[in-house]
Design a protein around this ligand. Structure first.
Ligand code: NAG
Ligand code: NAG
Ligand code: NAG
Ligand code: NAG
Ligand code: NAG
Ligand code: CU
Length: 222
């Protein structure tokens, strides 16, 4: 009886809960992916993109079903968020509030560089959808399969999107527990700043120590 009541409560609570999408991490491991990558959300719900993929340098940018790896005009875009290996957290977040649950929201990572040269994340599978239809021509699987092109237009950071908007830009942007030699693997072949804050390119830089703590955190979150 009590257990049943608790189960019902837990179910209700989970149905109401805002959702989190991990950026650059799947199952506690670095990945060129959003996890989960296909969710439904109701109007007013907040989707938290948690940049805890380490090392990583990713974006969350709105695109369209027709062009999965190109920015949507008037779409939201988090800007690049670098999370160095060894960052202890808190990890940067970008919170999108759903403003229209009837509009499918398609998004991708615009990164085209890896630690060893060109590496486009979008065609590697770094795409996602919110409120994609479950049947028909515009299902997530079709969108994901169409994401074969290297992004050519780089998006411009923007809070307002179509069907979802953020109220604040990615935060925290300041370094936490800055480690002397955390490698800036990220996804840039050009190396990177070791300090905190925003680079001239508008990239959010976070670095730090205590990889173990972060790893444990990542596992808990996964
Ligand atoms: C990140 O740091 C961990 C722990 O030091 C190490 O095992 C791993 O190889 C590093 N990953 C990369 C991509 O540098
Ligand atoms: C989202 O909702 C639609 C319509 O109810 C459904 O077809 C689809 O399978 C759902 N998608 C997910 C990821 O649950
Ligand atoms: C996103 O939402 C979480 C949970 O409410 C909050 O802790 C975090 O500061 C928010 N991030 C931003 C960038 O507003
Ligand atoms: C950091 O790296 C530099 C150059 O690679 C090295 O000289 C220095 O000793 C390292 N510092 C620490 C604390 O490991
Ligand atoms: C993150 O990636 C962007 C785009 O490739 C690049 O311009 C930026 O320098 C990278 N940030 C860092 C700190 O490496
Ligand atoms: Cu990416």
């Amino acid at each position: 009886m009590l257990a049943a009541a608790f189960a019902a409560f837990a179910l209700a609570a989970s149905a109401m809960a805002d959702q989190t999408i991990l950026v650059g991490q799947t199952g506690g491991k670095m990945a060129l992916a959003f996890s989960p990558n296909n969710i439904n959300a109701t109007k007013g719900e907040v989707i938290t993109f948690l940049f805890n993929g380490m090392p990583g340098n990713h974006t969350v940018a709105q695109s369209s079903f027709a062009t999965p790896c190109e920015p949507l005009a008037s779409g939201f875009d988090s800007g690049y968020v670098l999370v160095k290996n060894g960052t202890s957290g808190p990890f940067p977040t970008f919170n999108l509030t759903i403003t229209d649950e009837t509009t499918p929201i398609w998004f991708y990572c615009a990164q085209v560089l890896g630690p060893n040269g060109p590496l486009a994340h979008c065609p590697a599978g770094m795409v996602g959808a919110i409120n994609a239809p479950g049947t028909g021509d515009h299902v997530f699987a079709s969108f994901s399969a169409a994401a074969t092109q290297t992004p050519t237009t780089q998006p411009t950071p923007a809070l307002l999107g179509i069907g979802a908007s953020a109220s604040a830009s990615v935060s925290p942007t300041a370094a936490t527990n800055v480690a002397s030699n955390a490698t800036s693997t990220g996804s840039s072949s050009t190396g990177s700043a070791t300090s905190s804050g925003k680079s001239s390119a508008g990239t959010v830089v976070v670095n730090g120590a205590l990889a173990l703590v972060a790893a444990a955190f990542g596992v808990v979150l996964a």
